[in-house]
Write a protein that binds this ligand. Sequence first.
Ligand code: FAD
Length: 56
Amino acid sequence: MTSEQRVVVIGGGLAGLRLAQRLGPAAAVTVLGEESHVPYNRVLLAEVLAGRYAPR
Ligand SMILES: Cc1cc2nc3c(=O)[nH]c(=O)nc-3n(C[C@H](O)[C@H](O)[C@H](O)COP(=O)(O)OP(=O)(O)OC[C@H]3O[C@@H](n4cnc5c(N)ncnc54)[C@H](O)[C@@H]3O)c2cc1C
């Protein structure tokens, strides 16, 4: 992938963010998400709610 390539990822979930990370600096990546908050790891949500991890 060349630096001229631009990629738009629809959805800021785990898959979308992982794809954006993998594309990295090799492409100009824009992530479009419909959620009002920043992306988070849903898999760890139960652990955060249980108090085993801090939200951030
Ligand atoms: C509380 C909880 C606990 C979980 N625990 C586990 C676990 O322990 N292990 C496990 O394997 N999985 C777990 N999961 C499931 C895991 O979170 C999902 O499998 C994973 O999030 C799927 O990732 P995804 O990127 O495909 O979809 P999502 O994370 O759902 O991301 C899709 C994103 O796209 C956005 N979107 C959709 N349509 C549009 C649009 N038209 N325009 C813009 N944005 C759009 C959505 O708002 C969302 O942010 C859990 C889920 C929850 C809710």
